[in-house]
Design a protein around this ligand. Structure first.
Ligand code: HEC
Ligand code: HEC
Ligand code: HEC
Ligand code: HEC
Length: 145
């Protein structure tokens, strides 16, 4: 075997060994325990604090609002989309108040004109000229608009 090939072989073996060593050092211990991800990540994700509870939880204390909303055009929107995460609120409602999204800007997030928004999915309104200076909720009930 020509000597330059031998050197190339030795160099190849060194590079591959170095790669395997670095891969071993850089791979977290629990990687591959269940699949192609870190096994420990499951516990870490499960330990994250819960924030959202879902609209069904509100029935217990706000049944009339839940019923009203189901009849109207906002029926598909989750309560917490407008009021924010309610995990603490359902435990201590007097202490942990929820957001009251009564500003025009809030409704405009979904209803202002936006070319990227499908007109058929959400009715768009010319917010600047549609009864300005009044809050939207003076005329539209947010739970049954
Ligand atoms: C489109 C946004 C929106 C959605 C969805 C929504 N709300 Fe509201 N909610 C509002 C706004 C705005 C107010 C403030 C009304 C006001 O101040 O008169 C409000 C007020 C309330 C209040 C206080 C009522 C009062 O008389 O003080 C309760 C309770 C409430 N919402 C519960 C719910 C529940 C339960 C759901 C789901 C079934 C829900 N909301 C869904 C926008 C929303
Ligand atoms: C265990 C009963 C209970 C549950 C469950 C509950 N609420 Fe309430 N909620 C209350 C009470 C009581 C008040 C009035 C608090 C006050 O007047 O200090 C209130 C007030 C509110 C208000 C007015 C703003 C505030 O925080 O005072 C909103 C908005 C609201 N709730 C939304 C919701 C939504 C949305 C859900 C479901 C995700 C929900 N609530 C679930 C008991 C509950
Ligand atoms: C998360 C997005 C979202 C937010 C926030 C929201 N809406 Fe809506 N709204 C909808 C969807 C979806 C519909 C049902 C489809 C439609 O008719 O546009 C709807 C329907 C309506 C309608 C009836 C439109 C029609 O076709 O007759 C009115 C009025 C309305 N909303 C007013 C409001 C007001 C006032 C607020 C603020 C308190 C608000 N919306 C906040 C998504 C939203
Ligand atoms: C002074 C009362 C008043 C105020 C304030 C008001 N609206 Fe309206 N809105 C109406 C009336 C009346 C209609 C139905 C006639 C029309 O289309 O103008 C309507 C219609 C709508 C529609 C449905 C349009 C359609 O094509 O069916 C949407 C969406 C809407 N409003 C959203 C809003 C939003 C968002 C706000 C706040 C930025 C708001 N409105 C403020 C009275 C009001």
């Amino acid at each position: 075997m020509p000597s330059q090939l031998k050197r190339l072989l030795v160099l190849g073996v060194i590079i591959i060994s170095l790669f395997l060593l670095l891969k071993h050092l850089a791979t977290p211990v629990s990687f591959g325990q269940y699949g192609h991800y870190r096994g420990n990540s499951l516990n870490e994700i499960a330990a994250l604090p819960v924030k959202y509870v879902g609209s069904k939880t509100c029935v217990k204390c706000h049944d009339s609002i839940v019923a009203l909303k189901l009849e109207g055009l906002h029926s598909d929107i989750q309560c917490e989309n407008c009021h924010g995460p309610a995990y603490l609120h359902i435990k201590t409602p007097k202490k942990d108040k929820l957001f009251r999204p009564d500003s025009r800007e809030f409704c405009a997030k979904c209803h202002s004109f936006n070319k990227a928004r499908p007109e058929k999915a959400v009715t768009q309104q010319d917010i600047k000229n549609h009864h300005p200076e009044k809050k939207c909720i003076t005329c539209h009930n947010p739970h049954q608009p």
